[in-house]
Design a protein around this ligand. Structure first.
Ligand code: GUN
Length: 286
């Protein structure tokens, strides 16, 4: 029986600490503010954005929601980003992805001020993570590291396998594992003999986006298994990239879906926003 790594429990613990930090900042005259921008009507994005709003309430962060219509132009969106970049009430600016197809994600992200880029998607912040000298960690990988720590397994010297190489999860995830001295393999859709590689993993992170993709015969007994998936099974029920029923009996520790990585991502966003707020209080901008 695997240890269940509950993102709900761990994130509640961290949110309690963060609440104290926002209160301490407030007592020194600094409120902490996050602006979230949602363009269009993507239903998953609407849920994520609502969760972010709720988390801000929980930890005492002032939040602003900017909902823009699907047909918003690049100029209009850049003007809003610019306004938020220059708004002293706002410490963090987050533009929810994916954007509608006519808008270029990277043009928008590159225009968020790096010291307000609480997603850590701006090339300056991506570069800092690569070097290991960063202000913000990307939210999902940072949340996963917290869950791995919760498992009690040290990353140092372990075989770590990440399935997925997205800019949001796979690539930065591999980097954070490397920073903790893991021996990291990043797998993707062109990887040959995938199961042979995943079976050697002491720590396995699945970020593929395919429902129940990771089966028992792909997992080393006792491994820490982290499931980043938010998929639907054949009955339309929410599930992860890992076949939980098959894998749980052989894993050492495993995250559930829902209630695993998801709540951690939002909590790490709160942490980054507070980090930005502290820096702004001390007067360090860009
Ligand atoms: N869409 C899916 N995940 C994320 C995230 O972490 N940040 C933003 N901005 N958009 C997302």
């Amino acid at each position: 029986m695997a240890k269940i790594l509950s993102g709900k429990t761990v994130s509640q613990r961290i949110k309690d600490e963060l609440k104290n930090e926002t209160a301490e900042l407030k007592s020194r005259g600094k409120t902490t503010g996050l602006a979230v921008v949602l363009v269009g009507d993507d239903s998953a994005s609407k849920v994520y954005v609502r969760n972010k709003e709720k988390a801000c309430e929980d930890v005492g962060i002032y939040s602003e929601m900017h909902k823009l219509p699907e047909e918003t132009t690049e100029r209009e969106l850049l003007d809003l980003v610019d306004k938020l970049n220059n708004d002293d009430k706002i410490d963090g600016v987050l533009v929810q992805l994916p954007l509608p197809a006519h808008l270029d994600d990277s043009v928008i992200i590159n225009n968020i001020r790096p010291d307000k880029d609480v997603d850590a998607f701006h090339p300056v912040n991506v570069g800092k993570i690569m070097i290991g000298d960063y202000d913000f960690l990307p939210c999902t990988p940072a949340g996963i590291m917290e869950l791995i720590h919760e498992s009690g397994v040290s990353v140092d010297g372990k075989n770590c396998v990440v399935i997925g190489r997205s800019n949001i999860v796979g690539k930065p995830m591999s980097m954070l594992l490397l920073h903790e001295n893991g021996t990291v393999t990043t797998c993707h859709s062109h990887t040959q003999d995938l199961a042979e590689i995943t079976k050697r993993a002491d720590i396995l992170v699945a970020a593929v986006g395919i429902a129940k993709f990771v089966k028992a015969d792909m997992v080393k007994p006792g491994a820490v298994v982290i499931d980043v998936g938010m998929d639907r099974d054949e009955n339309g029920k929410l599930c992860g990239d890992v076949d939980f029923d098959e894998v749980e009996p052989i894993a050492g520790a495993i995250t559930p879906v829902p209630g695993g990585v998801g709540p951690m991502t939002v909590t790490m966003l709160m942490r980054n926003t507070i980090t930005a707020s502290k820096k702004h209080m001390m007067g360090s901008g860009n």
